[in-house]
Design a protein around this ligand. Structure first.
Ligand code: ZN
Length: 142
C-alpha cells in the first residue's frame, strides 16, 4: 500500500498563503467540495482556519472555470469531498467565484468514489489502486 503525504503538502500550501482579513481577486485558496450540481461546485474555503478570511467562506466554481476542455458534468472532474486548490476571480453576493482553469490549479486530494481509497493524482484518468475503478479529475499541483 502506498502511503500518501498529501495532508502535509496541503498544510505547506496554506502556510504560504498570506494571512489577511479578506480575500481578493487572484488569491489562491484551498477548499473542500461540499456540494455539486451538473454545472456548479460549492467549495468550503479552508484558509479561514488560518484567520485568512472573513466573513464569507463559501466559494463557487462554475463548470466553465474548470478547464479549457469541454466538460459535460462537474461530477466528471470534481466530486464532493475533493480538496481543491483554486483562485479567486471575484466576490459576488453568493460568495467567492473561483477558477481551477490553470495548470497548477485543481484537485489536490481525492478519494476513489467507489471504495474511498485515496487516489494517486498523477493523470486525468486515475485508476484506483485498490478497486481499479477509473476516476476522472482536473488535477492541481501542490
Ligand atoms: Zn477504489
Amino acid at each position: 500500500m502506498i502511503i500518501l503525504d498529501s495532508n502535509k503538502d496541503i498544510l505547506k500550501i496554506i502556510e504560504k498563503i498570506p494571512k489577511k482579513k479578506g480575500l481578493d481577486k487572484d488569491d489562491v485558496i484551498i477548499g473542500v467540495v461540499v456540494q455539486t450540481t451538473d454545472k456548479i461546485a460549492i467549495i468550503n474555503i479552508e484558509n479561514k482556519k488560518q484567520n485568512v478570511l472573513t466573513p464569507s467562506a463559501t466559494g463557487i466554481l462554475f463548470i466553465n472555470n474548470v478547464s479549457k476542455d469541454y466538460i459535460e458534468k462537474m461530477g466528471d472532474v470534481v466530486r464532493i469531498g475533493d480538496i481543491i486548490k483554486a483562485k479567486v476571480i471575484e466576490k459576488d453576493k453568493f460568495g467567492f467565484k473561483l477558477t481551477i482553469d490553470e495548470n497548477n490549479l485543481g484537485v489536490i486530494k481525492s478519494n476513489c468514489f467507489k471504495c474511498k481509497t485515496e487516489l494517486v493524482l498523477n493523470q486525468k484518468e486515475i485508476k484506483c489502486l485498490k478497486c481499479k475503478t477509473i476516476n476522472h479529475k482536473k488535477i492541481g499541483k501542490m
